[in-house]
Design a protein around this ligand. Structure first.
Ligand SMILES: [Fe+2]
Length: 208
């Protein structure tokens, strides 16, 4: 079964020659019903075993290492026994996959659930983060909504600096799904990301 799917999927990947292949660490359907959304997992040993097996199967079929991306959330499961950051880190270690660190998703969930976003970033294994995402969001007063709308806010830029300090010059994508800003604004945000990366890397070079 895996061989048959691999025979179809792997040549496709070989042809596209994408730098990364990623998917979100989440679920989106049950019992034949689909939410068409990125729903958070319960952070339990049972869920960990399940996603590790699924990622291992995907990597076997695709014959390459994939990245898994953290999602934002608005509710948590009462059954969760471990933190989200430990779940993501342990998933990557056990499945031998990479991590796509979405910094805005960390920030949105941190504000919504009241955890420290720096602790999240510092808990991820250095060698496994293969790409970083930045984006804007919407503040609804009672909670933050991950809309990929508007600008990257100052606290997210600070978290990005921390991420570059920890993971090095990781490729970064600024996502924008709605109310896409003017090109000049997007270019300015791209330049700011480049500037942070070069500042951090220059500082690190001076220290060694
Ligand atoms: Fe993302």
């Amino acid at each position: 079964m895996a061989d048959a799917r691999g025979a179809r999927a792997s040549p496709c990947c070989d042809c596209v020659k994408q730098a990364w292949l990623s998917d979100h660490l989440c679920w989106g359907g049950a019992g034949g019903h689909y939410a068409h959304d990125l729903l958070p997992l319960p952070y339990t040993d049972e869920a960990l075993e399940h996603v590790v097996a699924r990622i291992a199967e995907a990597q076997e079929v695709l014959r390459r290492r994939i990245l898994v991306e953290n999602v934002s959330s608005y509710l948590t499961f009462a059954d969760s026994t471990i933190t989200e950051w430990d779940f993501v880190a342990e998933t990557a270690r056990r499945a031998d996959c990479g991590i796509l660190l979405d910094v805005i998703n960390v920030y949105v969930s941190a504000v919504n659930h009241g955890f420290d976003p720096q602790q999240y970033i510092l808990a991820l294994p250095r060698e496994r983060v293969g790409q970083i995402h930045l984006a804007g969001h919407t503040d609804l007063g009672t909670h933050l909504l991950d809309t990929h709308d508007g600008h990257v806010v100052e606290p997210v830029w600070q978290l990005y600096r921390l991420a570059i300090e920890r993971f090095g010059p990781v490729s970064t994508l600024i996502e924008s799904d709605d109310h896409v800003p003017e090109l000049e604004v997007l270019l300015a945000e791209t330049e700011r990301a480049r500037t942070i990366e070069s500042q951090v890397c220059c500082d690190a070079a001076r220290c060694t």
